[in-house]
Design a protein around this ligand. Structure first.
Ligand code: NAD
Ligand code: WQD
Length: 342
C-alpha cells in the first residue's frame, strides 16, 4: 500500500513515516519545508533502513501536488501539513486560513481527480474549546477560540460535507491531545524555530541551557496544584495511532473520529518534576500570569480508539521525558547540528 504523507518532514509526520516504513508501507512525502528540513527525511530513512519518495512541494501550488498523483498510485493520504502555532495564528490569521484551508482544498480536489478517497486528517483537541466536564469524549460540543483552532474545526466540517456528497470518501478525524517526546533513538524530535510555544520543548531547552528559565503560566487554576493540566501523549504512540487507523478506513466506515490521548492529565509542575527526574537536570522556573486563551484542564477519554482501533498509548510520562531529553542532548540546536543536505 502506498501512502502519501503531507507534512511528512515535520514533528509528527517524521515519526509516522518511520512507523509506516517499518510496517512495509510505501511512503511518499510532500512537504514545503516551511517548518522542517531535509535532515529529518535523511534520518527517517536511516532509522527504518528503507527509502521513501520525496517531493519538495507546497499544497498551495496545485500543479506540483498533481504531479505526485501522476507519478504514484496513491492508496491513502495522511494529511499533516499545516501551520500550527496558536499565538501566531491570532497575529496572521489570513496566512493560517490560506495555508491550512486552501492547502486542504487543493489536496482534496486533486485526490478526487485521481479517485483517491481515503484520508487521515490531523485534527486537535483544540476543537473542544473549554470543555465543561472531563474526560472529553468524541461527542462533546465543538468550538474554536483562535484562528488555528478554527481552521481545524472548519476542515473537520468540510470533510463531513465531502463525505455527505460522495459516500466513496472514507475519512478519519484524529484529534490529538498534547504530543510530546521524541524517537527513542534520539534521532528525530521536535525542532521548533525560535522561541518554543509549547511546554515540553521549552522545558528541554531550559535543561540544555538554551533558555534561562521557564515561565509557568498561572498557578491559580482550579486544578490540584493550581497549574494547567493536559493529556501529554508520546509522539511514537501517536504515530502508531495513524497506522492503526489505516485498516479501519479500509473497512469503508465513512467519517470516523478518534481522540488520540492517554486519558491521563499532568500538571505543569508534574511535567517539570517528571523531566527533572528523567534528565537529572534542574529546571529553573517562575510562576507568571496566565497565558490568554489557556484553559485549566484538558484530557481525553481515549476508550473509543481502544475499542475500535485496538490502539492505546503505551508510553509513560517517564518515557516522554527521557526521550525528549535524549533528543535534546544529542541535538542541542535541533537538526541544524547536522550539515544541511538539500
Ligand atoms: P510541524 O510543523 O512539525 O509539521 C507540519 C509540516 O507541514 C511541516 O514539515 C511543514 O513544513 C509542512 N507544511 C506546512 N504547510 C505546508 C504546505 N502548504 N505545503 C506543504 N507542506 C506544508 O507540525 P506537527 O507538530 O508535526 O503537526 C502536524 C499536524 O498535526 C498539523 O496539522 C498540526 O496542526 C496537527 N496537530 C499538532 C499538534 C501539536 O501539538 N504538535 C497537536 C494537534 C494537532
Ligand atoms: C501546556 C500547558 C500552558 C508553555 C497547544 C495548542 C493545541 C495543540 C497542542 C495543536 C498549559 C503551560 C506552556 C510555557 C507554561 N496544538 N505552559 N509555560 O496550550 O495545551 O496546547 O498545543 O493543535 O491546539 O493550543 O499546549 O504545551 O502550549 O501548554 O506554563 O512556556 O503548559 O499554560 O497549561 P496547549 P502547551
Amino acid at each position: 500500500m502506498k501512502i502519501l504523507v503531507t507534512g511528512g518532514a515535520g514533528y509528527i509526520g517524521s515519526h509516522t513515516c518511520v512507523e509506516l516504513l517499518k510496517d512495509n508501507y510505501d511512503v511518499v512525502v510532500l512537504d514545503n519545508f516551511s517548518n522542517s528540513c531535509q535532515e529529518a527525511l535523511n534520518r527517517i530513512q536511516r532509522l527504518a533502513n528503507k527509502k521513501l519518495s520525496f517531493y519538495k512541494a507546497d499544497l498551495l501550488e496545485s500543479p506540483s501536488v498533481r504531479q505526485v498523483f501522476k507519478d504514484h498510485k496513491i492508496d491513502a493520504v495522511i494529511h499533516f501539513a499545516g501551520l500550527k502555532a496558536v499565538g501566531e495564528s491570532t497575529c496572521i490569521p489570513l496566512k493560517y486560513y490560506h495555508n491550512n484551508l486552501t492547502g486542504t482544498f487543493n489536496l482534496l480536489s486533486i485526490m478526487g481527480e485521481f479517485n483517491v478517497k481515503t484520508l487521515v486528517f490531523s485534527s486537535s483537541a483544540t476543537v473542544y474549546g473549554d470543555p465543561s466536564t472531563l474526560p472529553i469524549t468524541e461527542t462533546f460540543p465543538l468550538s474554536a477560540t483562535n484562528p488555528y483552532g478554527r481552521t481545524k474545526l472548519m476542515i473537520e466540517e468540510i470533510l463531513q460535507d465531502l463525505h455527505t456528497s460522495d459516500k466513496d470518501w472514507n475519512i478519519a478525524l484524529l484529534r490529538y491531545f498534547n504530543p510530546v517526546g521524541a524517537h527513542e533513538s534520539g534521532e528525530l524530535g521536535e525542532d521548533p524555530q525560535g522561541l518554543p510555544n509549547n511546554l515540553m520543548p521549552y522545558i528541554s531547552q531550559v535543561a540544555v541551557g538554551r533558555l534561562p528559565r521557564l515561565s509557568v503560566f498561572g498557578a491559580d487554576y482550579d486544578t490540584p496544584d493550581g497549574t494547567g493540566v493536559r493529556d501529554y501523549i508520546h509522539v511514537t504512540d501517536l504515530a502508531l495511532g495513524h497506522i492503526r487507523t489505516l485498516p479501519k478506513l479500509a473497512e469503508k466506515p465513512g467519517v470516523v473520529i478518534y481522540n488520540l490521548g492517554t486519558g491521563n492529565g499532568f500538571s505543569v509542575l508534574e511535567m517539570i518534576n517528571g523531566f527533572e527526574k528523567a534528565s537529572g537536570q534542574k529546571i529553573a522556573y517562575q510562576v507568571t500570569d496566565r497565558r490568554p486563551g489557556d484553559i485549566a484542564a484538558c484530557f481525553a477519554d481515549a476508550s473509543k480508539a481502544k475499542r475500535e482501533l485496538n490502539w492505546e498509548a503505551g508510553k509513560s510520562l517517564d518515557d516522554m521525558c527521557k526521550d525528549t531529553w535524549n533528543w535534546q542532548k544529542k541535538n542541542p540546536i535541533g537538526y541544524r547540528t547536522q550539515p544541511k543536505e538539500e
